[in-house]
Design a protein around this ligand. Structure first.
Ligand SMILES: *[C@@H]1O[C@H](CO)[C@@H](O)[C@H](O)[C@H]1NC(C)=O
Ligand SMILES: *[C@@H]1O[C@H](CO)[C@@H](O)[C@H](O)[C@H]1NC(C)=O
Ligand SMILES: *[C@@H]1O[C@H](CO)[C@@H](O)[C@H](O)[C@H]1NC(C)=O
Length: 404
């Protein structure tokens, strides 16, 4: 080969590996305006603080930790750094928009040198395609964006009535990775290949990298009244949910799929969580043997209603007296995470007006300095996409040399 043709061959190879684009995904039609709670599976593109991941998706850092069985009560838990590649479950509100289910609340504040392809494929890990971002934001043409744009990032999600085989389920949008098989994905999520095939209307269990699967996760559903602020709260088996202004923590599993809510051990001031006409606190119960079984009186959580914590006192006869309550094992213990001192504890909006409602601060670490700074681990945003980008630039140079 001549030097020129080997250079072209090299560039050709570079171009064969474009950034990941979203592959097939199930689309759930919808008509009502109601929403459900769903999860997206997100693989970190760089070492990121819990609060940075939360800001990317505009979720409460404690809710993010709770959904991943992280230790909420560890001081400064939001400042813990999760290593690149960590697979997290991010809670999203799955709305109905334009006749299909999707999450419409996530926005991303662009930084210098961002491209739409990198935002889609790297920052959001292939959960969305560049075309979907362009369409959602009315952007025509190329992938270049200016810093400071507030891009809507539509994310795939499904509700399917929060049930699977008539049992409560929360749906996780999972981006298939190279080497994944349907059987492995099912096993890793405590579900079956059949359930995945059904949920995704797939005829065969073949999956391709970049496909987005809706995975039903066994879950504990709540039965709060419709007027409760946390109506529809649901937690996947093995996880937690935080609600009622960080005052109540609910958990699911491991022994049964009954949602169990108790006062959260967080340093916030909370109203009384004692059941009326009883000395039982939320989440506690008394048991005493009675007529061939056990009479259990428990004080349980009834939802966050009008800013107050509703409690429900109930007595039931159970076959045997329950033992001590077991909570799901923590899977993100702080010992495995590094801690980075926070320079500015409260994120100060650097680009006022570009920050979406809800106070999120997309795409930027509060501790990393001004918007657009690539200092520290923020540089991860560009490292993955460089190869493709460099390929395009080189090809353009070569073409300009060859075609005077
Ligand atoms: C949705 O689930 C609820 C209970 O989980 C059930 O009563 C209802 O019939 C379901 N609706 C549909 C359309 O499947
Ligand atoms: C819930 O998770 C526990 C372990 O975390 C497991 O033993 C149990 O079988 C799971 N339950 C369901 C219904 O998947
Ligand atoms: C919430 O509070 C308002 C005013 O205080 C009251 O009108 C409304 O009925 C309350 N709603 C519920 C569900 O208690």
């Amino acid at each position: 080969m001549t030097p020129m043709s080997s250079l072209l061959y090299f560039l050709f190879l570079l171009l064969l590996t474009p950034p990941p684009v979203a592959g097939k995904s199930i689309i759930e039609p919808c008509s009502s305006s109601d929403a459900c709670n769903a999860l997206v599976g997100y693989s970190l593109y760089a070492d990121l603080k819990v609060s940075e991941v939360a800001a990317l998706f505009q979720v409460d850092p404690l809710s993010l930790l709770a959904a991943n069985a992280g230790d909420l009560s560890a001081p400064g838990a939001a400042d813990f750094i999760l290593p690149a590649g960590t697979l997290l479950r991010v809670p999203v509100v799955c709305a109905c928009s334009g006749g299909i289910r999707r999450s419409v609340s996530v926005h991303y504040l662009t930084r210098p040198a961002d491209t739409i392809a990198a935002v889609a494929g790297e920052v959001y890990g292939g959960l969305v395609s560049g075309d979907q971002i362009r369409e959602a934001n009315g952007i025509s043409g190329g992938g270049e964006v200016d810093a400071g744009w507030n891009l809507a990032v539509p994310l795939p999600c499904t509700c399917f009535n929060n049930s699977d085989d008539l049992l409560p389920a929360i749906y996780l949008s999972y981006v298939v990775r190279a080497g994944d098989t349907a059987a492995q994905i099912a096993a890793a999520h405590s579900t079956t290949v059949t359930d995945i095939l059904n949920a995704n209307a797939m005829g065969s269990p073949s999956v391709n990298p970049g496909d987005i699967l809706a995975i039903p996760l066994p879950a504990c559903a709540s039965a709060f009244p419709r007027y409760a602020a946390d109506y529809g709260l649901i937690a996947a088996n093995g996880s937690f949910a935080i609600t009622a202004g960080h005052c109540v923590q609910c958990s699911c599993g491991p022994a049964d799929l009954q949602l169990y809510c108790a006062p959260a051990a967080l340093a916030v001031s909370c109203a009384s969580m004692q059941c009326a006409n009883s000395d039982l606190m939320l989440g506690s119960s008394t048991a005493r043997p009675a007529g061939g079984g056990c009479s259990v009186t428990s004080c349980s959580y009834g939802g966050f209603v009008n800013g107050s914590i509703a409690t429900v006192l109930s007595t039931s006869l159970q076959p045997k007296c329950p033992g001590p309550r077991e909570l799901p094992a923590l899977s993100l213990p702080p010992a495995t995470l590094a801690r980075r001192p926070s320079l500015s504890p409260s994120p100060a909006p650097a680009a006022a007006g570009a920050v979406p409602a809800g106070g999120g601060f997309p795409g930027l670490s509060p501790a990393e300095g001004p918007a657009g700074s690539f200092a520290g681990n923020g540089a991860g945003a560009v490292t993955g996409g460089w190869r493709w980008f460099a390929g395009v630039v080189l090809l353009r140079l070569v073409l300009e040399l060859l075609l005077p």
